[in-house]
Design a protein around this ligand. Structure first.
Ligand code: SF4
Length: 761
């Protein structure tokens, strides 16, 4: 790649779901520098510690630079032929469900699209699942139950416009730092804004909260069903909204009333006074956003938690309005982009449904595919169990490290070791997963490849290459397409560029979409190479100008129809592009012309971002949202042998299994070693002193970590970060302790709690 020292490349951060814009520059001596993109609407120039240190993590140390077969260097042709022939032979002998792909929220949307197309449309199985299953599957399931679609209603603007932000199971200060900074800045301007944190731990996020509810682990269902009952009892319902736009309210309220306030207090571990103060604040504040992430999703009752939250917003009509709505914040940079292309075992591409024969038929015709998977495939935990019992005989793992990140990690490692044929495509040569692969395929890393990602507010942004591909590394989409060709599906995988893949993905989203499917970026269906290169961040939906507002015969309903939301941010970016002298996409101009109001460049008037459901009209058959009747249950999970509940999570400066952030000494300075937080009373009970080395055990395994005695931790619970592996700390793999227990609806593992014990080492 020719280096232009004056040129900063506009790309996006590869870490969390905030999706910050990054400007990357390569100096003449090869040094890379990064800064926040002041024009990106996720971060407006801000970056957190991880984003700021990106340049320190892109050296070639430890990179996988050439294909390998059984540990010896091989050529691409030999490796790809072996992958294709072994998958084809396995399918021929054992059927299409004998193979599987386990992919990643680190993949770009184009990679995800090609992998999903190959597995669901050409192999004919839905055995493709992703580490996003560990992240936000319960939100997907909750959205689909309530809205009939996987739609995040709100936008980041809503966090700044709200009068009350309720943060549930979300340590935003460390896990989504730039969103936290945006909230903190908004609060500085409007000190009357209130913030409530619901979290068993007093995390750093509590420092900004007016109220911290140190809830018992998994008390969230009781908390929010209790809130619904309170809203009913205190005349705080929006009855007109409930009547016009929802169904099932009566049953939901009845179920929620199973516990009285004293019962909710017992189930949540909160006092009746705390509950009363929170409930009355929620009831009195129309502009309320409830933000939630892994504390809600990573639970055996994750989907019920999501719907308990959504129920309260539907009951008060607080959805799709500026400063109001339930808001799922995703963990990974492209967790939402993977959902858009059907990169999960229970979804088809473009938010279509496997169970829907019309959707299957539409996708099959669009792809001109020999088949389309007819039933849900194996979700992540099920997939590795199928590997263990021999049902899966060939597995391809892409851009993820399940030997360290899956629950019951030792069992997952044993299953991978026993599998007859394992392919891993990765950027690194020696992760705990890569070392078990029969075939290793060198993938392009951040900064070396082009594509798109979608952040938590449905905003699609480009990742752009600014470095040459090292060694023989290739982008994931191309590796998958090459295998597809060698399996005999050539014409379907003849894309020459990631822009071609994006254009096909966009066309599928708009294909026969009469406004009854939420995900539509049909405006980009014909995007050419120049437009793709200049593509500005935009929020979906961005329907094609040819898309009718409503299907023929649709009658406007009393109370007003939801118009397809205006893709107005593009208006801003068209202006920004002129200001920055970047080429202006004709598409951006065309879409800008369709938006109302003549928004000026750089201005972000209230309500301009794309929201869903402002006037009702959900993606159900009757266009009404569903209340879900949820009965709060209280489970006891500890035992005399394992008397504590271990909660797992992230720290500020590391990411996943540290394969990238572990390269930066600066990031490692923040917290240098694995630890476990324990309340002083528990420390006394178990004879633990501050900074002692302790053994934390569950029925599945144990780790050795340093004790941090702190009153920030709830009594009866422990907290330990998920990042360290044996590469960085002896006996540090935390997920050797966690259980393969999943939410029965979403299949998401309950990584937030496992019964555990602690003892001094
Ligand atoms: Fe990257 Fe997330 Fe930090 Fe933004 S907040 S710089 S996306 S890690």
């Amino acid at each position: 790649m020719e280096i232009d020292e004056a040129r900063e490349v506009r790309t996006t951060c590869p870490y969390c779901g905030v999706g910050c814009g990054v400007l990357a520059k390569v100096a003449a001596d090869g040094q890379v520098s990064v800064r926040g993109d002041p024009d990106h609407p996720a971060n407006f120039g801000r970056l957190c510690s991880k984003g700021s240190a990106l340049a320190e993590t892109i050296d070639l140390d430890g990179r996988l630079l050439h294909p390998e077969i059984h540990g010896r260097r091989a050529g691409w042709d030999e490796a790809l032929d072996l992958v294709a022939s072994t998958f084809s032979k396995t399918i021929a002998e054992h059927g299409s469900d004998a193979v599987a792909f386990y992919v990643s929220g680190q993949l770009l949307t184009e990679d995800y699209y090609v992998a999903n197309k190959l597995m669901k449309g050409f192999v004919g199985s839905a055995n493709i699942d992703t580490n996003s299953r560990l992240c936000m599957a319960s939100s997907v399931a909750g959205h689909r139950r309530a809205f009939g679609s996987d739609t995040v209603p709100g936008t980041y603007d809503d966090l700044e416009l709200a009068d009350l932000i309720v943060l549930v199971g979300s340590n935003l200060a460390w896990c989504h730092p730039v969103l936290y900074q945006r909230i903190a800045a908004a609060r500085e301007k409007r000190p009357e804004m209130k913030i409530v944190l619901v979290d068993p731990r007093r995390t750093m996020t509590a420092d900004i909260a007016d109220m911290h509810l140190a809830i018992a682990p998994d008390g969230d269902v009781a908390l929010f069903t209790g809130l619904l009952a309170y809203l009913g009892q205190h005349n705080a319902l929006d009855r007109a909204y409930i009547t016009t736009h929802t169904t099932g309210f009566g049953q939901a309220l009845f179920a929620a009333s199973a516990l009285d306030l004293a019962g909710v207090a017992a189930a949540t571990g909160l006092s009746e006074d705390e509950l009363g103060r929170f409930y009355s604040l929620f009831a009195a504040t129309p502009k309320t956003v409830t933000v939630y992430s892994q504390g809600v999703n990573q639970s055996s009752s994750g989907t019920d938690k999501v719907n308990a939250i959504i129920n309260c917003h539907l009951a008060t009509g607080r959805i799709g309005k500026p400063g109001a709505g339930p808001f799922s914040v995703t963990g990974q940079p492209n967790a939402m982009g993977g959902r858009e292309v059907g990169g999960m075992a229970n979804m088809l591409a473009a938010h279509m449904e496997i169970e829907n024969p019309d959707h299957r038929d539409r996708v099959q015709r669009f792809w001109n595919a020999p088949t389309v998977a007819e039933k849900t495939g194996l979700k992540a935990v099920e997939m590795f169990q199928a590997l263990a019992d021999g049902r899966i005989k060939a597995l391809w793992i892409m851009a993820t490290n399940p030997v360290d990140s899956m629950p019951d990690a030792d069992a997952v490692e044993a299953a991978i070791k026993a599998c007859p044929f394992v392919v891993v495509s990765d950027v690194l040569a020696q992760t705990d997963t890569v070392r078990h692969a029969h075939v290793r395929l060198p993938a392009a890393a951040w900064g070396e490849k082009d594509g798109t990602v979608t952040n938590s507010e449905r905003r699609v942004s480009r990742q752009r290459a600014f470095l040459d591909l090292p060694g023989e590394a290739l982008p994931d989409w191309r590796i998958i397409a090459e295998v597809g060709k060698r399996m005999g599906f050539g014409g379907a995988f003849s894309h020459a560029t990631p822009g071609d893949v994006f254009a096909e993905h966009a066309a599928l989203s708009g294909f026969e979409n009469d406004g009854t499917r939420d995900f539509d970026i049909g405006a980009y269906a014909g995007i050419g190479a120049e437009e793709y290169e200049a593509l500005e961040p935009f929020q979906w939906p961005a329907p094609s100008p040819a898309t009718p507002l409503w299907p023929a015969g649709h009658l406007p309903r009393k109370g007003g129809d939801r118009l397809p939301p205006r893709p107005s941010p593009i208006t801003n970016y068209a202006g920004d592009m002129r200001a920055s002298k970047l080429p202006i996409s004709p598409l951006a101009g065309e879409i800008a012309g369709r938006s109302e109001g003549g928004v000026q460049a750089g201005l972000k008037p209230e309500g301009e971002s794309t929201r869903f459901f402002a006037n009702g009209d959900f993606y159900t058959l009757d266009r009404k949202a569903r209340f879900i009747a949820i009965r709060p249950t209280v489970e006891i999970r500890t035992s005399p042998d394992y008397p504590l509940i271990l909660n797992t999570g992230r720290i500020r400066d590391h990411w996943h299994t540290m394969t990238r952030t572990g390269k930066s000494p600066r990031l490692s300075q923040h917290i240098a070693e694995p630890f476990v937080e324990i309340h002083p009373a528990d420390a006394l009970r178990f004879g633990i002193g501050d900074a002692d080395i302790v053994r934390v055990s569950s029925p599945r395994g144990d780790v050795l970590v340093r004790a941090l005695v702190t009153a920030r931790q709830r009594q009866g619970s422990l907290f330990a970060p998920m990042h360290w592996t044996d590469q960085f700390a002896a006996k540090g793999r935390l997920d050797t302790l966690t259980a393969p227990l999943t939410d029965p609806i979403s299949g998401q593992p309950a990584l937030k709690h496992v019964a555990a014990r602690i003892e001094k080492f």
